[in-house]
Design a protein around this ligand. Structure first.
Ligand code: ATP
Ligand code: MN
Length: 484
């Protein structure tokens, strides 16, 4: 095709070359002698300025060139005399594909609030902020596949519809073709799911891990990267009802190996984004600096976005046990002054305020917490034989905690002993027969193995410096939000 992306033109073209570009008008400005059109096509954060002499373009064409209109422009690249660009396009021809009624087009060349843009999620990718986020998101997704491919992992697609609700009881979305008005009933007055599409109750998956383990215990090292669904009614800035999860699972890995992989993995993909998204990250860095200025001094972050990303890739994550962390938290200033909303004692699940205290105030770097109390973690985690200083039984769990985010990764070494695993399932009320296929991996050729789950949007949140997870996915799904 005979047109070029603006990214390509800005990178390669020389003055004197004839080019055709296609995109959406950001602004049109008319001076006494000329018309200036800033055009963006989404290939880069940068726009090209196209210039026509006054009177050169027919009036009815000129009228259609307004913010948001889609046009194709042909012209000659010339050195620009204006500030802010080195090159501009001297227009020889313009064609308007689609005009955008200036009275109705919701995006104006000014700063819109993120809340407003969420209400027009179908148009927000046309803004600088969102197009930058989406390009960074793409680069990170690509880097994820590249990392695993480079390191001998196989991409395994685990099911989206699942009959196992072992992990997320109560938080799942039901999948059914039964008539919602009058479903078939059993004699004892329950919905008869045996007549449903799959002949049983099914849900959208909350995690591909259990199936991922089956893959690892055959292929060695696998990863999943797919959508997961949680009907948790938590209206936080870190939870979505539909999000993308990356779940590597490795045969013969123990907890230490798992931690090292997690650390190397996140550092590598962040480094990739820094190398390949320099323009977009510079834009987002600047955006955050502007936003920080509106905050109170004590709420401002000490590092800029780019400094924070550099810091994370160049420092070792702090590794400590849950028990040690609880000790630190109990003796912390906010605990003594009663500033935590939730009290800390050994055995409680740490809240995001605690995780963020450890990361942002105490260690001032990412932290990996390990060996959590058995009772607050999933049944499949490997039981510790010795609990050391811990006052109760622990499991080989690990959570990676990030500044501004809290938990970004949750993982563990898995229990590979069939008897211990079934005993634990019975303790927590999961019928082992219901997961017979999962237990078969421990029955036949069991192996030590480990894995973790990284919420992709939490990673994108961190790398882009955005504050709300709904702003780093093109079409967010959250309670009462599924319009687009
Ligand atoms: P949290 O305590 O933050 O709710 P979790 O313990 O429920 O997290 P896991 O079940 O361990 O999380 O899931 C693994 C990873 O998936 C988390 O570390 C996080 O990055 C991500 N994650 C979990 N729930 C959500 C959600 N609702 N939206 C986006 N990402 C999520
Ligand atoms: Mn959760």
């Amino acid at each position: 095709m005979s047109y070029q992306s603006i990214q390509h033109v800005l990178k390669t073209a020389h003055p004197g070359t004839e080019v055709t570009i296609k995109g959406w008008v950001r602004t049109k400005r008319e001076s006494k002698n000329a018309v200036f059109i800033a055009l963006n096509d989404g290939s880069t954060i940068n726009t090209i300025q196209a210039v026509a002499e006054t009177g050169q373009l027919p009036d009815d064409t000129l009228k259609l060139i307004t913010t948001g209109a889609c046009v194709t422009i042909t012209g000659q690249l010339v050195e620009s005399l204006g500030a802010g660009q080195s090159i501009e396009l001297k227009i020889s021809h313009v064609h308007v594909y689609g005009p955008a009624d200036p009275d109705k087009y919701p995006l104006q060349p000014k700063r819109h609030s993120l809340e407003f843009l969420r209400e027009i999620a179908h148009l927000r990718p046309r803004t600088n902020t969102f197009s930058a986020i989406l390009r960074v998101r793409h680069a990170l997704a690509f880097a994820v596949h590249k990392y695993f491919n480079d390191n001998g992992f196989y991409y395994l697609n685990t099911p989206i519809i699942t009959a196992s609700d072992a992990e997320g009881a109560g938080e799942m979305f039901r999948v059914t073709t039964l008539d919602a008005q009058k479903p078939p009933m059993t004699d004892d007055g329950r919905v008869d799911y045996s007549q449903d599409f799959f002949g049983r109750e099914t849900n959208l998956t909350v995690s591909g891990q259990l199936e991922g383990e089956l893959g690892a215990l055959a292929l060695g090292k696998i990863y999943t990267f797919g959508p997961t669904f949680r009907a948790e009614n938590s209206n936080t800035t870190r939870h979505l009802a539909e999000f993308w999860m990356i779940e590597p699972e490795m045969a013969f890995f123990e907890l230490e190996d798992n931690m090292s992989l997690a650390e190397d993995f996140v550092k590598t993909v962040i480094r990739y984004a820094l190398q390949h998204c320099a323009d977009d990250l510079a834009f987002l860095d600047n955006r955050l600096k502007e936003e920080e200025k509106t905050r109170k001094k004590e709420e401002q972050s000490e590092m800029s976005l780019l400094e924070k990303l550099q810091f994370v890739i160049s420092n070792e994550f702090e590794r400590l046990t849950y028990t040690e962390a609880v000790e630190i938290l109990i003796n912390s200033k906010p605990a003594k002054k009663g500033q935590f909303q939730y009290e800390v004692s050994w055995g409680v699940d740490l809240q995001s305020e605690h995780e963020r205290y450890l990361v942002e105030k105490h260690f001032k770097k990412p932290v990996i917490l390990t060996n959590y109390p058995r009772d607050i973690k999933a049944f499949y985690m490997k039981q510790d034989t010795e609990s050391g200083a811990a006052p109760g039984p622990t499991v080989r769990a690990m959570d990676v905690l990030f500044p501004g985010i809290g938990e970004i990764i949750g993982g563990s070494q898995r229990e590979d002993d069939l008897d211990k695993l079934t005993a634990r399932m019975q303790e927590v009320g999961i019928e082992p027969d219901a997961l017979w296929w999962y237990l078969d991996t421990r029955r036949f050729g069991s192996a030590p193995h480990a894995g973790f789950g990284l919420g992709f949007e939490r990673l994108v949140l961190f790398v882009t410096g955005m504050g709300n997870i709904r702003d780093v996915i093109p079409f967010p799904r959250a309670p009462k939000q599924a319009e687009f």
